[in-house]
Design a protein around this ligand. Structure first.
Ligand code: ADP
Ligand code: MG
Length: 277
């Protein structure tokens, strides 16, 4: 059984009990704007190493924005502004002396819609991210990396006989696991997943969940999901985001998944996790 996690988001600045996994990623008082529209207000969240953190909450409350901030993608959007800090293993990923590619190489991202390069072979899809982040690799090393990443993504057995076939020929669920394999190829410390199963059927969803469960422990995972059963199945801790009328998004409550579902402290969390919204 996993030890209890601090359930008050403000506690991240207090000493962490020794039995609690150290945070791989930590957001400190993160606020975000699009132009003059403030969409996140001082969000603090600690994402412990090797654990799965689920971000839940209604549409429009800033979950995807928060995820993009964790990967320095927010700054790619014109008019986007940011305040606060994001630490990866204690280092500020926004530190101007660190290159963006250093942070991105440590942080994989998987989106709602599977986005493999459709015309590119399955094997080349897996390694596509390496060249983008400036990593060179030999041919035999490449073959073993392809096998390793497809295995970790739970796809190897299904595709091992057709590695040169185009990625676009796979089913939606297979394409999503191919995207997971591609993100694993750079050996990320953190994997960010934005509603990775929303476009998938129940069987494919189950496969992706199994993949997440197998990766937990090795990789720190942050997953946005609207599926409460999925949050309950795969996550160790949950953060409930909410943006109420005219108020920017923020975390209402955060804690161990069992507590969030079993005995939420805030009535808004209780309503949300029980489908009353
Ligand atoms: P969620 O993922 O929880 O549905 P988002 O992070 O996508 O929420 O959106 C949070 C708020 O930010 C919403 O009000 C949305 O309209 C706004 N927003 C998101 N992306 C952009 C963008 N590129 N430009 C302007 N506003 C945006
Ligand atoms: Mg979203």
């Amino acid at each position: 059984e996993a030890p209890a996690l601090p359930d008050d988001p403000t506690q991240i600045l207090a000493p962490v009990p020794t039995e609690v996994a150290l945070p791989a990623m930590e957001a400190r008082a993160v606020s975000a704007w699009f132009g003059t529209h403030k969409v996140l207000e001082r969000v603090s969240l600690s994402m412990p190493a090797g654990r799965v953190t689920a971000l839940i909450g209604p549409s429009g409350c800033g979950k995807s924005t928060f995820l993009r901030i964790l990967n320095r993608m927010h700054e790619l959007i014109p008019s986007a502004a940011l305040a606060g800090e994001v630490l990866l293993d204690g280092q500020d990923i926004y530190d101007p002396v660190r290159r963006v590619t250093d942070a991105r190489r440590s942080i994989g991202m998987v989106f709602q819609k599977p986005n493999p390069f459709p015309a590119m072979s399955i094997q080349d899809n897996v390694t596509a991210g390496l060249s983008l982040t400036g990593v060179r690799i030999g041919t035999s090393e490449r073959a073993s990396l392809v096998e390793e990443c497809l295995t970790r993504a739970g796809l190897w057995n299904e595709v091992k006989d057709r590695l040169p076939a185009p990625g676009g020929g796979l089913s939606g669920g297979q394409q999503q696991r191919l995207c997971i394999a591609r993100s694993l190829a750079v050996r990320p410390k953190v994997l960010l997943m934005d509603e990775p199963c929303s476009a998938l059927d129940p069987t494919s969803t189950r496969r992706v969940e199994e993949t997440i469960q197998a990766l937990a422990g090795e990789v720190t995972i942050v997953i946005v999901t609207h599926n409460m059963q999925q949050a309950a199945r795969v996550s160790d801790q949950c953060a409930f985001f909410l943006a109420e009328q005219g108020v920017p998004g923020g975390i209402v409550e955060h804690g161990a998944t069992a507590q969030m579902f079993g005995s939420p402290r805030d009535s808004r969390t209780e309503d949300y996790v029980n489908g009353r919204f």
